[in-house]
Every structure is written in structure tokens, then in C-alpha cells.
Design a protein around this ligand. Structure first.
Ligand code: DAK
Length: 256
């Protein structure tokens, strides 16, 4: 199997596992990610997802060049559409996704990491959009997600030069959220468990408020935020969270 799915309490660990090809994305990886998404979406007990690459050397070194090389135009479009749909499902997923990057996150691998809500970079992480070296452009939303994450200047730098950046530079430009020490999986799971302990409805609405309004003007985005803020007050999680604070005890959220 190219992708494995493991539940650890409220956290799901999804591993892209083709280490011999540096976890490059072929159709079997997209199908594996699709089935992992099905499992997460069907199970409300999964409150956060950690996405990593198998082996030590790579998160994901891009789309699989060997299986892409001979694609006809119409097949390439279908592959890109499948990839974009998977990445959009991750961004829209109820549970936050954390990408744990050690080694290469290149091309489609960088785009996959950017579709996640948080990106943790280990000391040997290398990010890049080297597609121009292959005579193509990023095809899984990279030209679009990257510019939204890091701004026009850094996005043009990465996409036009194809250069790789290390973990510290990736954090500095906003491509990665945190630089973590050697145990990348452990750091991701710890953060995922923290998220899983928060009010589940609040986490879901927070993610929606940010993702769905990132491209809106401020007034429309604030209107959407107000509506979602109001919605929180229809939940028992809001009552429990505030009562627990006032009662100086830990909250016990039910996700209702
Ligand atoms: N695809 C397939 N195999 C890959 C691969 C990849 N992206 N990256 C590495 N491998 C394989 C290598 O071929 C090698 O296999 P064997 O020869 O051992 O059988 C094995 O993984 C180990 O790689 P290396 O021997 O090259 O290892 P090194 O440490 O020397 O170098 C490297 C590591 C990551 C610098 C190097 O492997 C490399 O440059 N890899 C390619 C990285 C890259 O260019 N990634 C971007 C891929 S393009 C689209 C949709 C999506 C996309 C584009 C269009 N539409 C359809 C519109 C996305 C495009 C991409 O992601």
C-alpha cells in the first residue's frame, strides 16, 4: 500500500509510504490519500491528522516523474484534477491536518504540505517548486497556494528559480509554521493531541473561518466571522468551555 492510515486515540497518522521513490505521488498515492480522507470524514472521533512521509529521506519528492513522463495532455489534466481535488479535500476537512516534513518536500510534495493547516519542518527539511526544471509548472495548486502563504515575492523566487530552501528559511518566509527538533513525528503528534483536546466545534469553525475567507475583503470576512462566532453560542462546547474556566477546572468537550 502506498499510503497507510493509523489511528492513535483522537489522532490519525497518514503516511505516504513509497520510500524507494522518495514517496513520489502517483495515482496509487492519490487513491490512498482519498481513502484516508474517507476514513477521517467518516469518523468524528478523529480530531486531528498528521501527514508524514515513509523513510528518513523525504516527505514527498513531488509528483512521480516516471509515471508522468508519458502522459497524454488529457491524462495529465485528469491527474492534475484528481490531485487538486485531494488537496482541496484536505484543506476543507473538518479535522486539521499537520504535515511533518523531514527531508524533501518538492513540487507536488510542497503543494501537499501547503494544503495542510500546519507544516512542521525538521532540521533536514528541504522545500521547493522545481517544476520549471522539468519543463512544467506546479500543477497541484502550487502557484496559487504558495503566493497566498508566502506572498508574491517569495513565491516568484521559488517557482522561477526552482531552488530549495531549508527549514529555517521556510519558517522565515511563512511556508512552514514551525521548525522542530529531530523527532518530527513526535512533535506533530503532540500538537495534534493539543488540538484534539480543544472544543471540536470551535476547531472546525476556526478552520472554516480562516480557509473560506482568506480571499475575501475584510468587511465580508468579518461578517462571516461574526456569524460563525455566534454559532459557537448554540453549542454545549461553548457553555462547557466557559463554565470550566470560571469553575477553575479542565473542560470536558463533547463536540456538540
Ligand atoms: N518521481 C519519481 N521518482 C523519484 C522522484 C520523483 N519526483 N524523486 C526521486 N525519485 C526516485 C529517483 O528516481 C531514485 O530512484 P532509483 O533511481 O533509486 O530507482 C530514488 O527516488 C532516489 O532519488 P535520487 O537517487 O535522485 O536521490 P538523491 O538524494 O540523489 O536526490 C532529489 C534527491 C529529491 C534531489 C532528486 O531525487 C530529485 O531531484 N527528484 C526530483 C524532484 C522533483 O523534481 N520534484 C518535482 C516533481 S514534478 C501537474 C500535476 C502535478 C505536477 C505537475 C503537473 N499537471 C498534470 C499539470 C507536479 C509536478 C511535480 O511535482
Amino acid at each position: 500500500m502506498s499510503v497507510t492510515f493509523e489511528k492513535r486515540g483522537a489522532v490519525a497518522v497518514v503516511t505516504v509510504d513509497r520510500p524507494k521513490a522518495l514517496n513520489a505521488i502517483d495515482r496509487s498515492v492519490l487513491e490512498g490519500l482519498s481513502s484516508a480522507l474517507d476514513s477521517v470524514e467518516a469518523d468524528p472521533d478523529v480530531r486531528a491528522v498528521v501527514l508524514v512521509g515513509g523513510g528518513e529521506k523525504a516527505f514527498v519528492a513531488g509528483a512521480d516523474i516516471a509515471s508522468m513522463a508519458e502522459l497524454a495532455a488529457v491524462e495529465a489534466e485528469s491527474f492534475a484534477a484528481f490531485g487538486q481535488a485531494i488537496l482541496n479535500r484536505i484543506a476543507a476537512c473538518r479535522a486539521p491536518w499537520i504535515a511533518g516534513v523531514q527531508g524533501f518536500a518538492l513540487g507536488g510534495g510542497c503543494e501537499l504540505a501547503m494544503a495542510c493547516d500546519l507544516v512542521f519542518a525538521g532540521p533536514k527539511a528541504k522545500f521547493g517548486q522545481p517544476e520549471v526544471k522539468l519543463g512544467v509548472i506546479p500543477g497541484f495548486g502550487g502557484t496559487q497556494r504558495l503566493v497566498r502563504r508566502v506572498g508574491m515575492s517569495c513565491a516568484l523566487d521559488l517557482c522561477l528559480t526552482g531552488r530549495m530552501v531549508g527549514a529555517a528559511e521556510a519558517v522565515q518566509m511563512g511556508l512552514a509554521s514551525r521548525l522542530v527538533a529531530d523527532d518530527v513525528l513526535g512533535a506533530c503528534i503532540a500538537a495534534a493531541e493539543d488540538i484534539a483536546a480543544m472544543g471540536p466545534v470551535a476547531i472546525r469553525l476556526c478552520k472554516r473561518a480562516i480557509h473560506e475567507n482568506a480571499d475575501s475583503d475584510l468587511a465580508s470576512a468579518q461578517a462571516a466571522e461574526r456569524t460563525l462566532f455566534g454559532l459557537c453560542f448554540s453549542t454545549s462546547d461553548q457553555k462547557e468551555g466557559m463554565a470550566a474556566f470560571l469553575g477553575k477546572r479542565a473542560a470536558e468537550f463533547t463536540g456538540k
